[in-house]
Design a protein around this ligand. Sequence first.
Ligand code: MLT
Length: 260
Amino acid sequence: MDVEVFLTHSNVTEDDVRDHTVVVIDVLRACSTIVTALDHGARAVMPVLDMAQAGKIAANLDPDVYRLGGERDAEKIEGYHLGNSPLEYTPDVVEGRDVILNTTNGTKALARAKSARHLVAGCFLNAGRVVDFIRSAGDDVVVICAGRQNRLSLEDTLCAGLLLDRLWDGSEPGLVTDAAHTAFTLYHTDSQTLPVALRRANHAQRLMERGYEDDVDYCYQVDTLPVLPYYTDNRLVLYEDLTPVNKESETPSEPGSPAA
Ligand code: MLT
């Protein structure tokens, strides 16, 4: 299985993702928020590009059944119900509801990848679940780090490196792309002191300065939420909740799944 890594989402094209299993990573904080919202019972998370798209979707929904969430410059967007802190997405707020999510980088990265064969959202919280899915899907893989403002983000690159480390059982195959080598090598350099490395990340520092230290601690937990947000019909839903018929048409089959 070939693995390509994009260290930011800005240059990803449709051709890069078509026929691949794609993982979009935005550790701080969009993908951690998506994983948390779905784990806490949200029906779906709809990632959008901008305010206009969010407004259009909201206008067609019953106000009781959706929550608008998102950020600009890390702060809640005026008029929205929620910001982009995963800690806001508690069961009493999201259970049984759709979340329309509008963030600066993460939801845009997801939008770029929507013509993938399989598209999932990944972060440290669900790293193990993502690796299991990639293995069972068996396709070539594209890992897209959302990054920040067209620049690399340390936390996304380290999370990509952790996924590669697990996929490759700790040793790099002979010939991999430069970006995959970079993510894997960086992870190996920092893995003994991962919490320290992650806290020095520029966006972590920025969030902590603004009072979001709890978000940073939360998002940096590894394997605490083994759920898989899977993109289908313009929304992310729990892979586990897809019907067996949908699963059959969406994926080759996962060991232990009803479609297997
Ligand atoms: C983004 O999509 O840029 C982020 O998730 C930013 C944040 O809210 O931390």
